[in-house]
Ligand binder design. Structure first.
Ligand code: ACM
Length: 263
């Protein structure tokens, strides 16, 4: 059992220093959590006006003051932190999720399915569907719009992920419809950390949540307030893949039959 915490807030577009200050203050409220999750692009905001802005706000994780601050908190609090991050790698930008622990930067997931204008700024991630065993749980990472594409969630669950972490900047209510099904079909926990507030024409809808392997929403934030959610999670519940006494969500699959031309 460990305590999971979500920090739901409104990142200020373009003001990394202010966002770092705010997040570091919030982390003082989550020292009891083994795992803390922040939204997509938490340190930069989301709605970049042009590629120059996106580039100016991108950072190499190893040189980032934001990552250094998170690492310090992870050491002090002996905890793991997952955050969305505008990642620079050479000439390319990725909409990434970083896993940071007392040991340092442990993992990066680069968003595979880019939403609308993100396609102007970021390269879609390739590969990197890793499962990380951090001791308190086995976790995988997805980001926001990835909720619409079931295959990577399945692969992470098949690799043994008990908890799938989902930093988000959600703009529609489609994730709230899809995530219970994804959690149930893979019998995993999902931790969705969304943001609130507006940036120009975009309105983000909060409702950060934690779902259990039955697809139930165990805890949910408001649509419009800064909030810290906390919940005790028993990740071993996600190891039971039986959906009835005679049905196993992976073993009952019939992949050889999943073709349109056999009738
Ligand atoms: C989204 O993927 N940020 C909607």
């Amino acid at each position: 059992m460990f305590k999971a915490a979500i920090i739901q807030f409104m990142p200020i577009l373009g003001d990394i220093e202010k966002n770092i200050r705010f997040i570091s203050k919030q982390l003082l409220e989550t020292t009891d959590a083994g795992l803390v999750v922040l939204p997509e692009l938490a340190s930069t905001g989301y709605n970049f006006t042009n590629i120059e802005m996106a580039r100016n706000l991108a950072e190499v994780p190893e040189k980032s003051a934001y990552v250094q601050m998170l690492h310090k908190a992870a050491v002090t609090n002996n905890q793991y932190i997952v955050t969305g991050f505008n990642e620079q790698c050479g000439d390319e930008l990725f909409n990434s999720s970083l896993l940071i622990g007392p040991e340092g930067l442990l993992g990066t997931y680069r968003k595979m399915h880019l939403f609308m204008n993100e396609k102007k700024f970021f390269k879609p991630g390739e590969g990197g569907l890793n499962m990380y065993d951090i001791g308190i749980c086995k976790l995988g990472m997805q980001i926001c719009f990835d909720y619409l594409f079931p295959e990577p969630w399945r692969i992470l669950a098949q690799k043994g992920a008990e908890v799938i972490i989902h930093p988000s900047n959600l703009l529609t209510h489609n994730a709230a419809k899809a995530l219970p099904g994804i959690a149930l079909m893979n019998k995993v926990f999902i931790v969705t950390a969304n943001r609130i507030g507006t940036e120009e024409e975009l309105a983000f809808n909060g409702n950060s949540m934690i779902l259990n392997p039955s697809g139930d929403v165990l805890i949910k934030a408001s649509s419009d307030r800064n909030e810290i959610l906390k919940l005790d999670v028993d990740p071993t519940l996600a190891q039971d893949k039986m959906i009835t006494s005679m049905n196993h969500v992976f073993d009952d699959r019939r992949p050889e039959q999943y073709t349109a031309d056999n009738c």
